[in-house]
Ligand binder design. Structure first.
Ligand SMILES: *Cc1c(COP(=O)(O)O)cnc(C)c1O
Length: 233
């Protein structure tokens, strides 16, 4: 029984109070496991790899909301642009511009979260706080007169961040607090294509800390589908 129903039920129970969205992270898992989750009621799935996401999209029911949570390369946006529900990890201006372009081609508005770098590790992607302010200023706080040409096919719905890989909950707590503070600050900014309502933070190991710090979207993989085995390189 690959999809862990008890874990799903108890997570849902925990989340009801806080109105938090549960994204079931199914990367590296076979279609059958996802289908089992689907049949149990899961509609939000998260994937990290473009080709895998496209294959699963084609094989599975069309009312699934697909979240892209991995690191997205600009040249691959075109493959997921027709159907993706939310891109969590927008971490560069180049990517933002490309998503907008593909949104226009597909005649739709693509929902995105801006990824913020909060972990101490250098390997985690995302904007630094100062960089984020500059980006928002450039694209989303523009004067009315510029409104026409800027990123009409994007909707920034929130922020996403990943805590450090550490056993020390205090470190993660601090990182999540800092992301929440940035989120609150940016919430005062609103324009047609920018309004922050979603804060995507928390995974299997740290979702409780995330929720206590105001997360309203958690990305849960191994708790729901079991540990992943990565093919050896
Ligand atoms: C894999 C992954 C998750 C899920 O991780 P688990 O620890 O299995 O819950 C969440 N977010 C991102 C960005 C991931 O890459």
């Amino acid at each position: 029984m690959p999809f862990k129903k008890e874990a799903y039920d108890s997570l849902q129970q925990e989340l009801i109070k806080s109105n938090t969205t549960l994204v079931a992270v199914s990367k590296m898992k076979p279609i059958e496991d996802l289908l089992e989750g689907y049949q149990y009621g899961v509609r939000d799935f998260g994937e990290n790899y473009v080709q895998e996401l496209v294959d699963k999209y084609e094989a599975l029911p069309k009312d699934i909301r697909w979240h892209f949570i991995g690191h997205l390369q600009s040249n691959k946006v075109k493959y997921i642009a027709p159907f993706v529900h939310l891109i969590h990890g927008v971490d560069s201006e180049k990517l933002l511009v490309e998503i907008n372009k593909q949104g226009e081609k597909n005649n739709r508005i693509i929902n995105c979260l801006l990824q913020v770098h909060i972990a101490s590790e250098e390997t985690k992607f995302g904007f630094g706080e100062a960089e984020l302010s500059l980006l928002i200023e450039k694209f989303f706080q523009h004067k009315q007169s510029n409104n026409d040409r800027l990123l009409k096919h994007i909707h920034i719905m929130g922020l996403m961040g990943m805590g450090s890989l550490t056993d020390n909950p205090q470190i993660i707590d601090n990182e999540f607090k800092s992301l929440k503070r940035i989120f609150d600050t940016c919430q005062s900014i609103e324009s047609e294509n920018f309004s922050l309502t979603k804060l995507s933070m928390g995974m299997s190991g740290d979702y409780k800390i995330a929720i206590s710090n105001g997360s309203n979207m958690i990305r849960i993989g191994s708790m729901l589908f079991g540990e992943r085995t990565y093919p050896s390189k």
